[in-house]
Design a binder for this molecule. Structure first.
Ligand code: NAD
Length: 502
């Protein structure tokens, strides 16, 4: 396989049919890491055809492979991920800009997801017998794979988002075509190599590197794709989703978020509580330079503690070490691309024009030994005095921007936190357990943390209310997304029904 043969169809690594390539850049200095195949509609068609043959055809036995064997393969993939942990963390760090440590955490999380779905299918019974109201009837509901799945992933957590789709899709017995983000495709290429090394039959896992249009768009409309699962932004997700729905495919959309982090004064009543709440607010907003769908980008804080809290938050945010993700001691890497940097700068400018007060950040940092001048660096930025009419509060910036809004009552806190078209995730910090649980119950978001921010579990569903999407990943529901239910009704004593006199 040459470096630019990154299309995988029917077990073979290929260049793009057109011969086109794309430069994958290191966001820390804008140098080229690798050339990858720039696939097109023709490559997408070939990949779908391979996946369809592997699902339906003679040699394609994956849907009928015993569950224990499918689970064993997923466990082998998990072991291989751990074997290659450092290599993958480095690939992910160079491709996305995240720190090496974040890359390692991603590999561990993904390993757990493969093991989780292996366990779920292993421990399930083969079906659910239902009472048909007659001893002469055997009625059972079984699960079957959907068929050919098209999987589309974004650039911020390439390995993780791919795995959240691939592990349940394979566990359920599907075949698939994945199209990673054209910005960060490299860890997905490695993951497909691991699936091959683990013994997955040719044609079950196919990969087409290339742009959203034409490759993703072709997969969305392709008549032989049965399921379309997309993670990415609201605009491209709804557009692709419409094309998929027009073909009556099953769809899952994991879209953006504008996530509230609600902090009550009582959470800050002790020094320890204050320290924890500030530390967690930093983590919520600035990990991976805020390029996280669930980033706690809206700090919604009780007015009485705002000054002290925001002053300390800004002090710590200014000290975050910004640089190339592979350097020791660096805490935040660059943004992923020039486009993302331009977008973040525009959001800060619009916020200041709309009256926000800059507490820290807000301008590109000076280059340094760990921060090449050509890298897409932008510092953690805290904007105080924000309100819900501001663009920066309403829209997902997907960058290291934290806005500050205040409240004086619990009802007001809840109203602010729910005042978003999204509904992916949010948190509440309070020392009053009853209040924290009350507020959590009222938040219209798919994941709510109490006195914490960001953890997720492979056994717990992930997904959004509102415009954060349709469907769920992870957990039992994340597996069911990739299955059809089939009711088999068996008459044990066949006899005429005489509905018609005959
Ligand atoms: P994006 O929507 O630009 O791209 C996502 C993927 O869709 C890419 O692979 C892209 O090539 C493809 N694509 C673009 N247009 C398409 C089209 N018309 N048809 C089919 N495919 C198309 O998103 P991005 O900038 O890569 O990622 C950032 C977004 O992803 C943010 O909005 C973030 O919140 C979201 N995200 C959501 C979750 C979640 O779990 N809900 C997780 C990670 C990221």
């Amino acid at each position: 396989m040459s470096a630019s043969e990154t299309i995988h169809v029917d077990g073979v690594w290929l260049p793009a049919a057109s011969g086109d390539t794309r430069e994958v850049l290191d966001p820390a200095d804008a140098t080229i890491i690798q050339l990858v195949a720039e696939g097109g509609a023709q490559d997408a068609d070939a990949a779908v055809a391979a996946a369809a043959r592997a699902f339906d055809g003679g040699a394609g036995v994956w849907p009928r492979t015993p569950v224990a064997e499918r689970a064993a393969l997923l466990r082998r993939v998990a072991d291989l991920l751990q074997r290659d942990r450092e290599e993958i963390a480095l690939i992910e760090s160079r491709d996305t800009g995240k720190t090496l440590e974040e890359g390692r955490v991603d590999v561990d999380d993904v390993t757990n997801a493969f093991r989780y779905f292996a366990d779920v299918v292993t421990n399930e019974s083969g079906g659910r017998v239902v009472d048909a109201g007659s001893a002469d009837v055997h009625s059972v509901v079984v699960h079957e794979p959907v068929g050919v799945c098209a999987l589309i992933t974004p650039w911020n957590y390439p390995l993780l988002q791919a795995s959240w789709k691939i592990a349940p899709a394979l566990a359920a017995g599907n075949t698939f075509v994945i199209k990673p983000s054209e910005v960060t495709p490299l860890s997905t290429v490695h993951l497909i190599r691991l699936l091959v090394a683990a013994g997955l039959p040719a044609g079950v896992a196919n990969l087409v590197t290339g742009a959203g249009v034409p490759v993703g768009a072709r997969l969305a409309e392709h008549p032989d794709v049965d399921l379309f699962s997309f993670t990415g932004g609201l605009v491209s997700g709804t557009k692709a989703g419409q094309a998929a729905v027009a073909g009556a495919k099953k769809i899952a959309l994991e879209l953006g978020g504008k996530n509230p982090n609600v902090v009550f004064a009582d959470a800050c009543a002790t020094e320890e509580g204050f320290d924890t709440a500030v530390d967690q607010a930093l983590n919520a907003a600035f990990i991976h330079s805020g390029q996280v769908c669930s980033a706690g980008a809206r700090l919604i804080i009780e007015e009485s503690v705002r000054d002290r809290f925001v002053t300390e938050l800004a002090r710590r945010a200014e000290r975050i070490k910004l640089g190339r993700g592979t350097e020791d001691g660096v805490e935040c890497g660059p943004l992923v691309s020039q486009q993302q940097l331009d977008k973040v700068e525009a959001y800060v400018a619009s916020a200041l024009a709309e009256g926000a007060r800059l507490r820290c950040g807000g301008a590109r940092p000076e280059p340094s030994e760990v921060r090449p001048a050509t890298g897409y660096f932008y510092p953690p930025t805290v904007l105080d005095g924000c309100h819900r009419e501001m663009t920066v509060v309403r829209e997902e910036t997907f960058g290291p921007i934290l806005t500050v809004e205040t409240f004086t009552t619990e009802d007001e806190a809840v109203a602010l936190a729910n005042d978003t078209e999204y509904g992916l995730a949010g948190a509440v910090f309070s020392a009053d357990t009853a209040r924290a649980r009350r507020v959590a119950a009222r938040l219209r978001h798919g994941t709510v943390w109490i006195n914490d921010y960001h953890p997720y579990l492979p056994q717990a569903e992930w997904g959004g209310f509102g415009k954060s999407g349709i469907g769920r990943e992870l957990g039992p529901t994340g597996l069911d997304e990739y299955r059809e239910s089939k009711h088999i009704y068996e008459n044990l004593r066949p006899a005429p029904v005489r509905w018609f006199a005959g």
